[in-house]
Design a protein around this ligand. Structure first.
Ligand SMILES: [Zn+2]
Ligand SMILES: [Zn+2]
Length: 135
């Protein structure tokens, strides 16, 4: 997890009609009226934030409802609530400290686990050490 806050400072305030859509989703959390963009600060294109999560069913996997909106024109025509697939990237895949990117597929900017000062595998405690601490 990043310690410093380095995501985009843009905020969205949901309209009553949007809140109604979010509250209707099966198995979601209590929708928040104000949320901050989760992309990297200074990114190009639309702002994005997870607005709601929906439970899966026997035949469908759980999914995520995103909100996206244009910069400088918060209520512009590009503003929408839509279902987006997750970014498939993971850091240290297969390791104890594996971290998945929680941004949508094809997002701009870096993966969220890369925000902040650059990190490499060398900055992370090796799995062998973590396992020893566990014992
Ligand atoms: Zn943004
Ligand atoms: Zn990513």
């Amino acid at each position: 997890m990043s310690i410093r806050r380095v995501s985009c400072p843009a905020r969205i305030l949901f309209l009553d009609a949007e809140m109604a859509v979010l509250d209707e989703l099966e198995g979601g959390f209590t929708a928040e009226r104000a949320l901050w963009c989760t992309l990297e600060e200074g990114h190009e294109g639309l702002h994005h934030v997870i607005a709601q999560c929906a439970d899966g069913t026997e035949s469908a996997a759980p999914w995520v409802m995103w909100a996206r909106w244009p910069r400088g024109n918060e209520y512009g025509p590009e503003r929408e609530l839509l279902r987006l697939d997750p970014c498939p990237a993971t850091f240290l895949a297969g390791a104890v400290s594996e971290e998945a990117c929680s941004l949508p597929l094809g997002h701009v900017g870096r993966h969220d686990y890369e925000f902040g000062p650059p990190i490499t595998e060398a900055d992370v405690m090796p799995d062998t050490l973590l396992r020893r601490l566990d014992e």
